[in-house]
Design a protein around this ligand. Structure first.
Ligand code: SPV
Ligand code: MG
Length: 552
């Protein structure tokens, strides 16, 4: 038996591209009914469960009174208020694109309560509400004890009230027949079903207990009305959704299997942790954190942050690349940033200075030990590869520092205050040739210098060359640059070109020199102190002495 249900099927878009749930959900459920095969929906009690149902491929979510009550640690007996159940149903409708069918128990009172309920659930984006013909307060259908029914007329009145209260024609009102649960027999179940359809029900849910599907199959066989029938094969679980569909059921609700699966899995996991005294044994059988983040929508959060979060003006990230190529630097393996001076590694000190300059997103080349402990992400050890791997999607500014340099926060703040597309730190404090370290990276500037003073007029000085011999240098490159998105794209392209040209081991200074040579305006932020290189054993001794305040 197939049914076609007329519906508006409209979609309304938010500015951000999400659809308005109130109309969307109901229309989608109507569309699901129009497709061939059974409409299969899964019970859930929170947005995470709803997302799991969505990912598994269900057609909808059943906002289960049993699951929500159990998740609150109370019996499914109208202990929770309508508002509590509604809040959960709403949160699930917000979290998924699937339609949510809400189990609304007995409608939380009489016809007046049902009308209020329908308006509330409809406004919450619920696709369908199901109410059952039991007195308030109800008791879960599988709990032995009082399984009572209200008179047919009284419940038909509630269905008519629900239909009168809805404001959009797509909302489905499902009338749930509990006659088989209460032991009143098949004839009563069919009589009630017919009365509820006459009162306006969009579908009937025939509920049953016992492990045989036979009563449900009989009901389906004897159901003649062109109104869909919904079934809940909780105890009669051997029958498949397709078999039920072939017998005439249109919607099959797997009402509480998710809850029961999680109770079993969590119980086993907790027992194993106490038994083993650690979690190693159960790690393969529990979801990794990456799955949790994925289900939470962390990727979307990060996208949104990139688009909308203007942290104090502009987003800034930093990447610490390998320093100058001196082999072997300081006689220790790996990057100088791994060296501990006066209790802290160079990496920790550089990360600390960056953070005090308000840069939080920091990555460091992979040959630096202890990056994760310092809250720093790792990037490839090779400078060109590291810069190439960062990509050009980031819309904020990028600070690039050499990992063999120590900075105070001050020069980094000065650098970040310079708004040009490409700016580098240069030390103008050395009086002239012959006073710089032999491995210093000399630069020439378009500012004028005399007697240790430099002046540039009303602009920001620019580099005219980078990597010049000491005798020609006006100043020394101090191992840090800041780049706008545009500037970083240029540096990125220079790194990619170096790699393509078979020179993968470029240094930051060499890549910046490529930009200067290509005509990019590279501005100089002039400093005279607040940084120290760590390229030689002498450098290390001097800096250690300074930092431990015991220099001779
Ligand atoms: C629920 O999930 O709350 C239901 C279905 O009403 S059942 O528990 O199977 O009765
Ligand atoms: Mg229920």
């Amino acid at each position: 038996m197939t049914y076609t249900i007329e519906h508006a099927g409209g979609r309304i878009e938010h500015a951000g591209g999400r659809t308005v749930p109130s109309i969307r959900g109901a229309a989608r459920l109507r569309q699901a009914f129009d497709r061939p095969g059974p409409v299969r929906i899964a019970g859930a009690h929170n947005p995470l469960g709803a997302r799991l149902a969505e990912r598994a491929g269900f057609d909808g979510v059943w906002s289960s009174g049993l699951e929500i009550s159990a998740s609150h640690g109370v019996p499914d007996a109208d202990i929770l208020t309508m508002s509590e159940l509604l809040a959960v149903a709403r949160s699930m409708a917000m979290a998924v694109d699937l339609p949510v069918v809400a189990d609304c128990d007995a409608g939380y009172g009489n016809a007046n309560n049902v009308m209020h309920m329908v308006r509330q659930y409809e406004a919450a984006g619920i696709a369908a509400v199901s109410i059952e013909d039991k007195p308030f307060p109800k008791l879960n259908s599988f709990v032995p004890g009082r399984q009572e029914l209200v008179p047919i007329d009284e419940f038909a009145g509630k269905i008519a009230a629900a239909k009168a209260a809805q404001s959009h024609p797509d909302l489905m009102v499902i009338a749930r027949i509990e006659a088989l649960i209460a032991g009143w027999g098949m004839a009563e179940a069919l009589r009630r079903g017919h009365a509820y359809v006459e009162a306006g029900a969009d579908a009937v849910l025939i509920h049953a207990k016992g492990d045989s599907p036979e009563p449900i199959m009989t009901f389906l066989q004897r159901w003649r009305l062109p109104v869909p029938v919904v079934v809940v094969p909780t105890t009669y679980h051997t029958v498949t959704a397709d078999e039920l569909h072939r017998a005439g059921a249109r919607m099959v609700i797997y009402a509480n299997q998710g809850l029961r699966a999680s109770i079993a899995a969590v119980s086993e996991t907790f027992a194993a942790i106490l038994r083993d005294g650690r979690t190693t044994e159960i790690e393969p059988s529990i979801a990794p954190l990456s799955t949790v983040f994925d289900l939470q929508g962390v990727a979307r959060l990060q996208e949104q942050e990139d688009r909308f979060l203007h942290r104090r003006g502009q987003q800034v990230r930093a990447v610490m690349v390998s320093g100058a190529r001196t082999a072997p630097p300081l006689g220790v393996p790996g990057s100088p940033a791994s060296i501990t001076i006066a209790g802290s590694t160079v990496l920790e000190r550089q990360a600390g200075a960056l953070r005090r300059a308000d840069v939080q997103d920091i990555s460091a080349c992979a040959d630096v030990a202890g990056a994760a402990a310092a809250g720093v992400t790792r990037c490839p050890a090779d400078t060109a590869e590291a810069l190439a791997s960062l990509g050009t999607q980031f819309s904020g500014r990028t600070v690039v520092t050499a990992s063999d340099v120590l900075f105070d926060p001050g020069p980094l703040r000065q650098l970040l205050a310079e708004p040009s597309d490409i700016a580098v730190l240069v030390d103008v404090g050395v009086p002239g040739p012959g006073h710089r370290a032999p491995d210093a990276c000399g630069v020439t500037l378009d500012s004028w210098g005399t007697n240790g003073r430099r002046i540039c007029g009303d602009g920001v000085p620019r580099l005219t060359a980078l990597g010049v011999p000491d005798a020609e240098a006006d100043a020394e490159f101090a191992g840090a640059a800041v780049l706008s998105a545009k500037g970083f794209a240029a540096l990125h392209d220079a790194a990619v070109a170096r790699r393509a040209g078979g020179h993968p081991c470029a240094t930051l200074a060499e890549l910046l020199a490529d930009l200067v040579a290509a005509g990019w305006p590279v501005h100089a932020v002039e400093i005279a102190s607040g940084w120290a290189e760590l390229r030689t054993a002498d450098d290390l001794r001097r800096v250690s002495a300074l930092l431990t305040r015991d220099e001779a």
